[in-house]
Design a protein around this ligand. Structure first.
Ligand code: GLU
Length: 440
């Protein structure tokens, strides 16, 4: 059997360090066993998925030194590797489940589902599709179908019993079917949900080992049932511990930047970043913490991954990056790295456009543009930023909160959108634009 693994990111934002960590593990495992590593784009969420995000994810993983044997950019015998291009495959598989009675068309209206949830909340039950509604649905389905009412397709979950499965790192896991939702497999627009697309693709793409984040453990019973319904052999499952902040909370951008682009921009070397992520999969007993991709592959053992939760400790990354800068690069290579980082036309041109009109001699440039070459803005204190701002402290706080929420939701970070966000914030708070812009 040839080992085949994959990473299956959803292109809905900046490339996340967690995706790189999962990709690295899947890559090393496949290469250690002489197998193949695939990249699949899971863009079933048509609203949040963007081509820019997909491009950034691919570029970031390449920047980290990873490559894939099959994927949307390199092709392969099991393509297409972008789920939005595989709709017909999912429709056909959904039809199979309907025909075998393992799925059913659900015509429940949003109001009926809301009533179901209200009843469950009142009874302090977890929200899920209530089996009694299935009987009700069956009684009205033909009539609603004839009237052309919209429907979703849900999978059948056994009324009772337990799903038992083996997880490489966690041993046997048991989940009662009574806690598993009758998952929507196909939405009313005829597009699949993650669960159907993921299982169908993993099977058709010959994936032998699924190694993914632990947040998917609760989905495993649904996936395993789907394999059973289709009569397929399921892959070996490994649920990986999620990256954590130093306080052990789930890695979040409030406490640590999570975008690979941030680390690129901040001037970390890809080798150092790769090495840093590699530390999470190395045995703790290994002495030198500096390691190459080949060493990671050769020494890869999934059991080295500690379930305790790998801590994303950026001081360690700093330490490693310093070592790489000092120990691994000649002066020429160092200079080249600086050029790739920022001293190149693509990065300098927009800065030049802004600076040209604002200086009287070229040596003013250093002080004027230093923030473009720094990770944080030194010397610019909160007091200095608030100087002359005519907003009470609580209004300033409201401005930060409001602006931040909207910035978070921006799909594309550009001048027009950022400016519109700030204007909206000022309007909502009935404040002057400059009083909002300055502290933000
Ligand atoms: N698209 C899913 C994600 O981004 C993939 C999960 C999986 O590996 O099955 O988390």
């Amino acid at each position: 059997m040839t080992v085949r693994t994959r990473v299956a990111p959803s292109p809905t934002g900046d490339p996340h360090v967690g995706t790189a960590y999962i990709a690295l593990i899947n890559y090393c495992f496949a290469k250690k066993h002489g197998g193949q590593f695939l990249l699949r784009i899971e863009d079933t969420d048509q609203v949040r998925s963007t081509p820019q995000s997909e491009r950034m994810i691919l570029e970031s993983l390449k920047w980290l030194g990873l490559s894939w044997d099959e994927g949307p950019d390199v092709g392969g015998p099991h393509g297409p590797y972008r789920q939005s291009e595989r709709s017909a495959i999912y429709t056909e598989h959904c039809e199979r489940l309907l025909a075998s009675g393992h799925a059913f068309k659900c015509y429940c209206t949003p109001e009926e589902l809301a009533a179901m949830r209200a009843r469950q909340t009142a009874a302090k039950l977890p929200p899920k599709y209530d089996a009694s509604y299935r009987a009700f649905n069956n009684s009205v389905a033909a009539e609603r179908e004839a009237a052309g009412a919209p429907h979703v397709v849900r999978m059948v979950i056994p009324d009772n019993g337990t799903c038992r499965f083996e997880d490489t790192l966690r041993g046997v896991i048991e989940i009662d079917y009574s806690t598993v939702d009758m998952q929507v497999l196909m939405k009313s627009d005829g597009l699949p949900t993650y669960h159907l697309a993921n299982v169908v693709d993993d099977h058709l793409m010959g994936i032998t080992h699924v190694m993914r984040g632990e947040e998917w453990i609760s989905s495993a019973p649904k996936h395993l049932l789907l394999y059973q319904y289709f009569g397929w052999q399921p892959p070996v499952l490994t649920h990986l511990p999620l990256l954590r902040n130093a306080d052990k909370s789930k890695l979040s951008k409030r406490k640590n930047p999570t975008s690979i682009l941030f680390y690129q921009r901040a001037g970390y070397l890809p080798q150092a970043m790769q090495n840093f992520l590699g530390l999470f999969i190395k045995s703790a007993s290994e002495e030198d913490e500096k390691t190459s991709l080949q060493e990671l592959i050769d020494g890869f053992d999934v059991h080295n991954i500690s379930l305790g939760g790998p801590v994303f400790d950026t001081s360690k990354l700093d330490w490693l990056n310093g070592r790489y800068l000092r120990e691994e690069l000649t002066t020429e290579q160092f200079l080249e790295a600086v050029k790739v980082w920022a001293l190149n036309d693509a990065y300098l041109m927009p800065i030049a456009e802004m600076a040209q009109a604002r200086i009287t001699k070229l040596s003013d440039l250093g002080a004027l543009t230093s923030m473009f070459f720094m990770n944080r803005i030194e010397g610019l204190t909160a007091e200095a930023l608030r100087d002359g701002v005519k907003l009470e402290a609580d209004q300033q706080r409201a401005a930060y909160t409001l602006a931040l929420q909207q910035f978070d939701a921006l799909v594309e970070w550009n001048k027009v959108r950022v400016e519109a966000t700030l204007r909206r914030t000022a309007e909502v708070l009935d404040a002057k634009l400059k009083d909002v812009v300055r502290p933000v």
